[in-house]
Ligand binder design. Sequence first.
Ligand SMILES: *Cc1c(COP(=O)(O)O)cnc(C)c1O
Length: 456
Amino acid sequence: MSKIPYRTYLPEDKLPKAWYNVRADMPEQHDPYLNPATLKPVTMDDLLPIFCEELCRQEVNTTDRFIEIPDEVLSFYRVYRPSPLIRAYNLEKELKTPAKIYYKFEGNNTSGSHKLNSAAAQVYYAKKQGVTNLTTETGAGQWGTALAMAASYFKIPLTVYMVKVSAQQKPYRKAIMETYGAKVVPSPSDTTESGRAILAKDPGSTGSLGCAISEAIEVAVNTPNSRYVLGSVLDQVLLHQAIIGSEAKAAMDMLGEYPDIIIGCAGGGSNFGGIMSEYMGDKLKGRGNPYFIAVEPASCPSMTRGKYAYDFCDTGKTTPLAKMYTLGCEFIPSSIHAGGLRYHGMSPTVSKLYHDGFVDEARAVRQSDVFKAAALFSKIETILPAPESAHAICAAIDEAVKCRESGESKTILFNLTGTGYFDMAAYMNYNEGKLEDYIPTDEELQKGFDSLPKID
Ligand SMILES: *Cc1c(COP(=O)(O)O)cnc(C)c1O
């Protein structure tokens, strides 16, 4: 057999034409979203004013195993997909491991992350429905950038509420969004009631994701023909991200490879849901048994130390309640933490799969180890990873080192979600030895749990 290449790109005729919907193969579904006012399950009618119709249908679709990708979205995907599946020969050699390491690289587009996969789909359905204005929030800026790219391609005006401190610290992120034609408003702003209320209390407020969400939703609800869009957590986002795993599996199949271990970093759960997709389907159907590891920061440990409970999806307590692993919607990770993945909760589907034992392990890693892994990876594999992605790298390296010690030749697949060009402040701190680890105490976590809505 000829040697497996460093990079594998799927040929045109093998590109996925449908998104795989893992819920169709799950023995049990996650608990329904609840309306926080009535505590009744959320219905299609509750969702329709917030999300586009087709996306609402996808959100509640637990039966169709495959959902066709519209041609217009496929043509957009064609420009930057398939993403390469890379055999990390150089890293294997560096680690002296008998393990085979593969990674799917999702940073090959201007937004620098996998988020474009769902942004393209969400904006397309908005356009098709005749929506004329979109709003969203962005923290670090990846989601806002991805959405700005998709909104300019499908020609819908977009307003991004960007956490003020982020807008100040990452002026180039803001500039990219503006170059694609998006309007970027540092949040809190004086353009909304919620923003003005916060500024009245604290004129120097540097903002929070919760506040930016409240502003974005307020504008969407008060502007005719406007919708709000979200970049992670929801089932529709997991569905779109399944393209990552479907491509990875088709490429691995071509090479005659099957992963023993599948690793993804987990913030809201969308890229982990994406890389697992059809492999999780195999596991649910008893056709394969890969070991799934979701990796999170020790400073924001929703799966490893959180509660499986109903909670709000946002800090501002405006969204429906979701049953998920959560630290409590008022939990805010320490500002010492620079590695992203700061979300308090976790995708309800990923949570359910973990709760039921199909996701085998959640692992919390310290940021000092994460940046060490990132620095090593960038030197050996040439790609400068996003700190978020480096959580997965860190776990993959640990697994490869275990193989060196045990002599087992396992096949490891991980998702490299993006590049870190806009995270250089964190890298600078790491280079200067200034990056500290922060691990919340049980007492600190308890404060977050105290903010959980009282249900059951
Ligand atoms: C947003 C983001 C993540 C985390 O989000 P998920 O929904 O958990 O995938 C991970 N990596 C990068 C590069 C991101 O931009």
